[in-house]
Every structure is written in C-alpha cells, then in structure tokens.
Design a protein around this ligand. Structure first.
Ligand SMILES: [Fe+2]
Length: 306
C-alpha cells in the first residue's frame, strides 16, 4: 500500500479526487495501518529521536518566539517543562521516513526534492497560535491527543510566506496583505472546524489554511510537507537561467568608474529586457512544465555551504 492508501485507507481515492490539493481532510484511524512508520522507535521516544539527529532543532514558544538550539538537552528540558514545542526539520535522516517521502512524491507526482518531513513534540497544554503556512501538509498524530482548529483563508489564498498575526514576519509589515496593503485578519475566521486528533489520525492541511493546535497531553506528530515552486517561480527560474547565461547580465550593477553615469547600466538592463521579451516567445508552456517535472534541483539557486 502506498503512503496515501495508508493515510486514508478505503477513502484514499475519495481523498485524491475530492480533497487533494485544496480541501482539508481529517481521518481518524489506528497507527498500526502505517506499516513502516508505526514500528519506528524514534517516533515513540523523543530522546532517542534527538540522539539520531545531526542538525540543530528549533524551539517554538507561545506568542511566536522561535530559537534554534544545537544542545539537545536544552531542547529536551524546554519540552519537558512545557515552555516550548520542539520543531524538528530534517526527519529524513531516518531511512524509513525518507522512503515515505519518496513514496508520497511518487504517488502525488511531485518532484522528490519538494517533499520533506518534519516533527513536532509538545508537552501538555502547549498551543500553536493561529497562523497560515505557505506549504501543503499531511500531519500524522503519533502520540497524545491534540485539538486542531482550521478555516479557509479567503484573505490571501496561496500565500508564499507563513503568517502569524501575533508575530508577523517582514513580508507582512504591520499584518498587512503583501499585494493590496489591506489589513489581514488577526484571528481565525469564525467559520472554522475543530477536530480532536488521536494517535493514528491523519490531518491534511491545504496550503494557506488558517490553523491552530492545542495539545492536551504529551504530544508527538510528524508532518509531510509538499512545497514545490509556484507557477511564477517555474517561469522566472527558466527566464533567470537564460539571462544568467549572458555575461553582461551576470554583472552586479556597480559603476566601473566614479564619474560614470548610469548609461552603461541602463543599456545592459535594456538588453536584458529585450532578451526576456524574446524568451517569452521562444519558451513554450510545455517546455516549462517538463522542466519542472524533471527538475532535480531545489527551489532556489542557494547552494548549501561545502
Ligand atoms: Fe502550521
């Protein structure tokens, strides 16, 4: 059984036809249906999990403060005394989790590098404040009970950055819509759903949906994250690659002499704009879709340090 069949059981086709990728879905079920994941010791023992991780983990505090810690004991202590939730990004160091990501990518026809897995460990009564994310999530509750509330985001569908009304990042200056400047809601819309999730429950949270959680006892969950480029990204990456193939356009816009005026730079920029105009005719939509589907690289041109 593929991972979607394990998550949604006999409802898997219904889920794919009616809910994926835009409508939420919560399916209660026994953890044993996850053939590989249910027997993973690391998912049932936070200390063991922390011991197999190479990277630092994040601590999420109520109110939105977030810090990265490399000392696993510090993380464990903040978790045990209920101060913060532990947020673990790279769960794929566990081979069975990496295989589940392979399976999910294959089943949903998403290039593998845009699928990842993260985990959340919280003590009782820890809340994650109302927010929305820019990614699509499949959350599996492994341990403890938790309440999820969620609602459709009609203010800013398909956001490209997450938004916490209590602690807006710089993309949402003063809690405003990045494109219209309108004030974004500070609270979850009143038309929301509430679900109690238990070990084995899968919650599908579409991109951009408002959500918040409250754990009622020690809680552990994993989330499979789908975060491909936007359509605009697919177009602009293809254009960018072609523009960067021209030496003059790879230059930084720095004057070569203090007395230079802007004419040289303006000419080069115009040359780039002309090239872009030609590219918009040369590229076909089929080329760009193929380029995305066969892409092996990640979202950006940032390379990790060697
Ligand atoms: Fe979230």
């Amino acid at each position: 059984m593929n991972i979607i069949q394990q998550m949604f059981g006999v409802h898997n086709e219904y889920f794919l036809e009616k809910h994926w990728p835009t409508l939420p879905y919560v399916l209660q079920g026994d953890m044993n249906r996850f053939t590989e994941l249910s027997s993973l010791e690391e998912l049932h023992d936070i200390e063991k999990l922390l011991s197999v991780l190479n990277d630092s983990v994040d601590l999420l505090f109520p109110g939105g403060k977030r810090i990265s810690v490399s000392d696993k004991f510090e993380a464990l202590s903040a978790h045990t005394n209920g101060e913060a939730m532990i947020y673990i990004k790279n769960m794929e160091v566990i081979p069975a989790i990496s295989s589940a990501c392979d399976d999910l990518a294959h089943t949903l026809a998403v290039p593998r590098q845009y699928v990842s897995c993260e985990a959340f460990a919280a003590n009782r009564d820890v809340e994650v404040a109302t927010h929305f994310d820019h990614e699509t999530n499949f959350m599996i509750q492994i341990k403890g009970e938790k309440t999820w509330r969620f609602a459709e985001n009609t203010s800013l569908p398909d956001p490209i950055y997450p938004y916490f009304p209590n602690n807006p990042n710089r993309f949402y200056q003063n809690g405003r819509h990045p494109y219209t400047g309108a004030q974004l809601p500070r609270e979850m819309p009143t038309k929301n759903e509430e679900h109690l999730v238990r070990p084995g429950t899968t919650t599908f949270m579409p991109r951009g949906y408002w959500h918040s959680t409250t754990s009622h006892e020690e809680s552990f969950s994993i989330g499979f994250v789908i975060n491909p480029p936007t359509i605009a990204d697919i177009i602009s990456y293809a254009v960018l690659e072609q523009l960067h193939s021209v030496e003059a356009l790879r230059a930084h816009p720095l004057a070569t002499h203090p007395t230079n005026n802007d004419d040289i730079l303006l000419n080069i920029i115009q040359k780039g704009l002309n090239k872009m105009r030609n590219l918009s005719i040369e590229f076909s939509a089929e080329d760009l879709l193929h380029r995305y589907k066969s892409s092996k690289k990640g979202n950006t041109r940032n390379l990790s340090p060697i």
